[in-house]
Ligand binder design. Sequence first.
Ligand code: HEM
Length: 493
Amino acid sequence: MEAIPLRLVAAAALLAAFVAGLASRWRRRAKYDLHRIPGPSAYPIVGNLPQMFSWKAPRPHLKVLEWMKEYGNIVKVSLPGVGGYHLFVGDPEYLQNNVTGYGGNGMPKSPFYKELHKILSPVPGSSIFTSPEQDDHWKSVRKGVAKAFSTAALKDAFPRLVKKADELVRLIRTHPSAEPIEVERLMLRYMFDALGVVGYDIDFKSLKDDRHPGLQALEYCSTDVMASATNPFRRLVKWAFPTCKLARDCRRMYAQIYAHYDRMLAELKARGTPAADDMSIGACLMRLKNPETGAPLDEARLLQEIATFVVGGTDTTTHQIVWVLLAIAAHPDVQQGVVDELKASGVFARIRKGGVGRLSYSDVMGLSYLGMAVKEAMRMFPAVVANVIRSVPSDSVRVCGYRVPKNTVINICPYALNRVPWLWDDPEVYDPERWRKAATVEESRDGTAPGKGAATGGGWAFSDGPRSCIAQRMALMQMHLAAAFLVANFNIR
Ligand code: HEM
């Protein structure tokens, strides 16, 4: 029998693959509505990755806002290797009721969070932040640590934070006046220390040591973990070339950050059983029990939770306070308004004339104009600009009326939600006063000021629902205090 030419076999295989592809595409179109969801056209193979993550301007949130304005309140974006199709939804009601989970209707966090786990621990697992579901472990940690963010706990920690803010001001005063200060770096050191003293009653002392190894490692690993989660090639390079510089640096820096968590746990353990009135994050974590066995949390699990609050509470507050300061600096009238309020309340005099010891939590959190200036900066410049990510749990769930396959990604982009014109009046205007209107709803144009989009505290900056930021009150305290100290002592330009 004559052999079938190889070329014929190859052509038949190609044709079969093409027909199978068409059939599967046709079946998919019949079953789901993905093709009906509006969005930018995607390139073959790489989808919309080049538009979202171009080297020149890797600012996906700006792209999402642009697309939402163009396509409306649901936009389909194709991101192969980073979860496939992402749906960006600009309908707060839909998000609150179906995604972020009021009334237990939330969607699970996407597998994206697994990638982030590496910065918490070398051991696979999940923490309050990375847990996909609101399972028993998540519930016990969330409930057990909630006390650390109560008013009583924050009042207790306040004097320790005041000392840090005072140290920050003194450090700035030692700086030669002609030389510019790199504010972001300085605020990173302040917020890292603030998290340590408020959350764990441990002074990391990074304000004293610019090259603090824990902070250096945290900076490096935060960048790596986000870059690796959004760039499949970075993961591939590290895996394929374990001796390249990137892979070696990663190993060294991850070891350094894990060593920092180990030292924190050792210090907490050395203190013995926490006192009953100790409501710090560290004390709450040390009291946690395994919900299945009732035994104290095992060390690996405890370390992951300790790490979660360090990671969750440093970069976020740093970036957010920098944006707050930038907004205040760019609006001298707002800065003057903050100064006037500080003076009228007596806080200015206490900060400036050696009375910081008499400053109370209520003094600072009662500064309503400062509060509005902070909230408005959080609306326009949320630190978590995008990537609050959930997964559609089953084929039967419709997203804004569309049938989509299980595991389709719902990506909440606080930056876009806080600026889309159908949710806010004059979204591009920095206007702290819009939050005053929130307290007097009748003044607003449509009865929903500061905007229908406002979910919690500062728009969507802290997300929403049961998985929203557990530490938002602590974060606000840290930012209010830093802003009050800086504005009272310096003219921010
Ligand atoms: C201005 C500062 C902060 C911002 C803008 C912020 C923002 C957020 C957002 C958007 C989420 C939801 C993330 C998601 O669902 O993917 C979140 C969750 C979380 N944040 Fe924050 N955060 C801030 C400060 C902090 C601080 C200071 C801590 C710790 C002390 C912290 C700890 C957490 C934790 C543990 C979660 C997970 C909660 C859960 O899933 O139950 N955050 N944060």
